[in-house]
Ligand binder design. Structure first.
Ligand SMILES: Cc1ncc(COP(=O)(O)O)c(C=O)c1O
Length: 158
């Protein structure tokens, strides 16, 4: 059952203070807070580096570039989502392939639809945790593992 209130933001005094301190410091783009966030994020994920971006649209675009996705490639994405999850695929000249959602009780991309849509041109899957409702990665990740070719995305017919 979906029960995450979209507009009851969990912001308290701590967040207000942090924003206020940042504005007063005049570092409103990159700067010490940005550095702190990247370090904390890298620690949380147990990786060497993390890079923050100004918004999610640019992060998705960068992800496509880093995966070297481009013309002739297909990328699976949910049919119910925000435009950015599809725009990032088009920005690099690849073709979005829409997969239906699971249903009324789960508005995330359906793993069954993913499996049906994989071709030898599929290179990636954009999974959206729609409105804060986590997608079942336990069902999606095995599909990536089954069909992926190390370093070169997917290939169903290999
Ligand atoms: C699922 C999803 N992806 C990407 C974005 C884009 O985020 P941003 O506005 O930070 O570029 C949004 C924005 O609402 C979103 O809902």
């Amino acid at each position: 059952m979906y029960n995450i209130p979209l507009f009851e933001l969990n912001f308290g005094e701590e967040e207000i203070l942090a924003v206020s301190e940042t504005i007063k410091s005049r570092w409103i783009s990159t700067g010490p807070k940005c550095d702190e966030l990247e370090k904390l994020f890298a620690k949380m994920l147990n990786v060497d580096y993390a890079i923050s971006l100004d918004n999610c649209t640019n992060a998705l675009h960068l992800a496509m570039r880093l995966c070297e996705i481009g013309e002739g490639d297909e990328v699976l994405c949910p049919s119910l989502t925000f435009a950015a999850s599809v725009n990032c695929i088009r920005y690099v000249g690849a073709t979005p392939v829409f997969c239906d959602i699971t249903g009324y009780d789960n508005m995330n991309i359906s793993p069954d639809e993913i499996e049906k849509s994989i071709t030898n041109k599929t290179r990636a899957i954009v999974v959206v945790h729609m409105a804060g409702f986590p997608a079942n990665m336990g069902n999606v990740n095995p599909l990536s593992a089954t069909y992926s070719v190390i370093g070169r995305g997917f290939a169903k017919d290999l």
